[in-house]
Ligand binder design. Structure first.
Ligand code: COA
Length: 415
């Protein structure tokens, strides 16, 4: 079966996490992704957080599947010519260098357009135009500047960053969407364009509900589904809401059987309005279904703490999986707090290709997260990440370089 992006060539000038997640997705959809790295060093993540000496780290391998690796010194004049040949041959250049790095290398937007007017140049930067546009940015900086940290955690504690890499992988996803959209527009205009995904913008996009709440707070001075209501106080900005649900159906994380020793023996429980009577029956508080203080969503809001405490008395008598089984029978929305160990071992995730085992020549077998987006006519087959420069000769030959020319360029340190 063919792939959705068959025939699309990506010049992958990305490193670390945000850019590589984007190009990995494009590779999974069938694009030919040619990753350009510096000879002898490569993407810095190859050697970061290593668990096996001298072997590409899991950090690198898990972000660079299905790609080819070529080494080019793009500051060497002859290396620049090789990069120019690649620009002429590819459809998209993706980069996430620090601001200005590509220009300093001599590859401005104008120069790239001269070489290939159809080329799409896609960039991740920490910030869009403005006071911080020249800053280097990593994941947690973006989470802090995009509104995630100030709204995550508990009211009596400091801001907290999430384990979900919304700044890096989240922005990579945004960029991938921008790239396929620009490719689609190019089919009509014949022209390339620039695509920018700023990490602050990407995080803020994912924190949209908190900007909603900021405006609600300014208008009404309170937010009744937040744990600060009714006894706490609200300030000028959206406070941290602990584990309160971000939507209109109140939820909280509750202890389950075994919580004293198992840090993940918890369940997320949502008191969805349509199943309120069923919730009351399950936890043995049948009278709450008709009690005017509890019968309607509005009446329940001032009592949410007590309600969750009562539900927790019930969940603490069950393991999270037993509770799930009972609650799902009644369509009560809930979710177990799954550890990474439980997720890694979950057979259904292996079956769908969401968790994949990959074999690597120097590392051996390891687990990775497969393509979370499933296309029925373009299934993903995850193949291992490339070794540094593994495809240099192959790609150079495709560009028309002879064996002699390749070895001369290697001698000159250009590749
Ligand atoms: N040949 C020659 N030089 C190369 C090269 C190659 N193949 N590949 C990269 N370089 C050079 C660049 O041109 C740059 O040189 P310059 O500073 O002299 O212009 C240099 O390598 C380093 O690039 P830089 O991006 O500054 O790397 P860094 O390690 O100092 O910073 C980040 C890393 C992530 C902080 C920075 O790249 C950044 O802010 N990127 C944008 C935001 C982002 O994506 N952040 C998330 C990362 S997960």
């Amino acid at each position: 079966m063919g792939k959705a992006l068959d025939g699309v060539r990506i010049l992958d000038f990305t490193h670390v996490q945000s850019g590589p997640t984007c190009t990995q997705l494009l590779a999974w959809f069938g694009a030919d992704v040619i990753k350009v790295e510096r000879a002898g060093a490569g993407d810095i993540t190859r050697e970061q957080l290593r668990d096996i000496p001298d072997v590409d780290s899991l950090y690198f391998t898990m972000l660079n599947h299905n790609k080819r690796s070529v080494t080019i010194d793009t500051k060497n004049p002859e290396g620049k010519l090789v990069l120019e040949a690649l620009i002429q041959k590819c459809d998209v250049l993706v980069e996430n260098f620090a601001p200005g790095a590509l220009d300093r290398m001599g590859f401005t937007w104008e120069r790239i357009q001269e070489l290939n007017p159809r080329m799409i140049v896609a960039s991740v930067k920490g910030f869009g135009p403005g006071p911080y546009e020249d800053c280097k940015v990593y994941e947690n900086v973006a989470q802090c500047a995009g509104g995630a940290a100030s709204t995550t955690g508990f009211d009596d504690g400091p801001p907290v960053v999430s384990g979900a890499q919304i700044g890096d992988s989240g922005t990579g996803l945004h960029l991938a969407l921008g790239i396929v959209t620009a490719l689609y527009q190019r089919t009509m205009t014949g022209r390339g364009q620039r695509v920018l995904a700023a990490m602050q913008d990407g995080v803020l996009n994912l924190c949209r509900v908190k900007l909603r709440d900021q405006q609600r707070l300014e208008r009404t001075g309170t937010m009744k589904e937040y744990p600060q209501y009714p006894n706490g106080t609200f300030g000028e900005a959206v406070p941290r809401a602990g584990n309160a649900s971000g939507g209109g159906q109140p939820g909280w994380i509750l202890k389950c059987k075994g919580w004293e020793t198992d840090p993940n023996a918890y369940i997320y429980f949502i008191t969805q309005a349509p199943v309120w009577t069923k919730i009351c029956n399950v936890i043995g508080k049948e009278e709450w279904a008709t009690d005017p203080d509890y019968a309607t969503p509005a009446a329940r809001l001032p009592h949410l703490k007590d309600i969750f405490a009562e539900i927790e008395r019930w969940t603490m008598t069950k393991t999270k999986f037993e509770a799930m089984e009972i609650l799902n029978k009644y369509d009560i929305p809930c979710g177990p707090i799954l550890s990474m160990k439980e997720i890694a071992e979950e057979p259904s995730l292996r079956k769908t290709g969401t968790i994949v085992e990959v074999d690597h020549p120097t590392r051996g077998k390891y687990l990775t997260v497969g393509n979370p987006i499933k296309l029925s006519d373009s299934p993903t087959e995850v193949t291992r990440s490339p070794l540094l420069g593994e495809h240099t000769d192959e790609v150079m030959a495709e560009l028309g370089y002879s064996v002699e020319q390749i070895s001369a360029l290697r001698m000159a340190g250009a590749i």
